[in-house]
Write a protein of this length. Structure first.
Length: 154
């Protein structure tokens, strides 16, 4: 576990803080194929290993949105906010995919708390910049500013 906040209010004092890193996750062809099936995106660079060998990446690559969706797996490993009645994903601001993710790569998330503000109904909105790292690569697979809202327990 990375960083634990006992209450949503504690987030206010942590702006600019690195929150930690998740465990590594290997990207398999099965995960890519399941994502293609779920989304209907069957582009050959993702799902045709034979054709992809002679393509621009030398192998199949994960969908950018698959990489983005893994942020939902990584974040709970990096940060926990306790003392809440509910937490919700509110959205995302900027998102980029600087590097492709070849099948067999290992990914992990690292996170920084970049902004905290109060919202109506007593909630706290936190913007966390998640960088999805590729093991052995200087460029990340994805950088996204996630927005979550936490409502304190009553």
């Amino acid at each position: 576990m990375g960083t634990v906040f006992e209450t949503p209010e504690e987030l206010k004092d942590a702006v600019g803080k690195q929150l930690g890193k998740s465990d590594w996750l290997k990207i398999t062809q099965q995960r890519i194929d399941l994502f293609a099936e779920a989304t209907g995106d069957h582009q050959w660079i993702h799902v045709d290993p034979e054709r992809a060998k002679s393509g621009p990446f030398g192998a199949t690559i994960a969908h950018g949105y698959l990489t983005q969706s893994l942020v939902n797996k990584f974040l709970p490993e990096i940060v926990e906010v306790r003392g809440i009645s509910m937490g919700v994903n509110y959205g995302a601001d900027k998102i980029r995919f600087p590097a492709p993710v070849p099948v067999g790569s290992k990914l992990r998330g690292s996170a920084e708390l970049v902004r905290v503000e109060e919202v109506k109904n007593g909630g706290i909105q936190a913007t966390v910049r998640v960088t999805v790292e590729i093991e052995g690569n200087d460029r990340p697979a994805c950088v996204i500013d996630t927005i979550s809202r936490y409502y304190p327990a009553e």
